[in-house]
Design a protein around this ligand. Structure first.
Ligand SMILES: [Zn+2]
Length: 215
């Protein structure tokens, strides 16, 4: 069962990378079929198998030899590992992770991500909560996306705050503080002065660490 979950996970990881690529290049998610971004050659079926294809191809396009970013291998493996923790009670946290993992891949490339991720994750985390949580969550979400994004977003983007808010609603404030603390430490290691930094990837790496650590 774990092996099957791992294989499904690698496919989901591969899909998330492909979707983020399409977001970055502003192309349709349906057309054209998977292809090399450099030489545009459509990929054969054996070049589409998560993990194995990367290893078989030794990280290079079969046709033009352009290096394939190692991120795809890392994401496929990590997604496989994370999906082995799937149980009836972890469906929502894993859906949350999948959504924000996609946002992290987009953020790493463009420092933006599709706004629907925030809305959808808010609905996911609140769906079985009482009305008072919907009210509090909705109010904070509105504050972040209307007030923060207008006056304070130079400090931290509203997308990052959306992630932290939905995480706090999903788990609790303490978990959200631990998530943020580790993400900040990771970001500090990487930060170069004066440069804007994509913070969602750091938050997601932090969450994957905590998720596997707490098992
Ligand atoms: Zn190529």
């Amino acid at each position: 069962m774990l092996i099957i979950l791992f294989i499904y996970g690698t496919c989901i990881g591969s899909g998330l990378v492909a979707l983020a690529d399409r977001y970055t290049t502003h192309t349709s998610i349906f057309y054209p079929a998977s292809h090399c971004d450099t030489c545009q050659t459509p990929l054969a079926y054996w070049q589409l198998v998560p993990i194995f294809s990367y290893l078989l191809l030794r990280g290079r396009c079969h046709y033009c030899q352009t290096a394939i970013p190692a991120t795809s291998l890392l994401v496929e493996f990590t997604a496989g590992l994370v999906l082995t923790t799937l149980t009836p009670t972890t469906i929502i946290p894993l859906l949350w992770l999948g959504l924000w993992g996609y946002a992290a891949l987009c953020d790493a490339r463009t420092q933006t991500f599709p706004g629907w991720v925030s809305y959808l994750s808010l609905i996911f985390v609140l769906y079985d909560h009482p009305f008072s949580s919907w009210l509090a969550g909705g109010l904070l979400f509105t504050l972040i996306n209307w007030i923060w994004s207008r006056w304070f977003s130079s400090a931290i983007g509203n997308g990052d705050l959306d992630l932290i808010l939905t995480y706090a609603l999903l788990h609790d404030i303490e978990h959200a503080a631990e998530l943020t603390l580790l993400a900040c430490s990771l970001a500090l290691l990487q930060q170069q002065s004066g440069q804007r930094l994509a913070f969602i990837p750091h938050l997601i790496v932090s969450e994957i660490f905590w998720w596997l650590w707490r098992l």
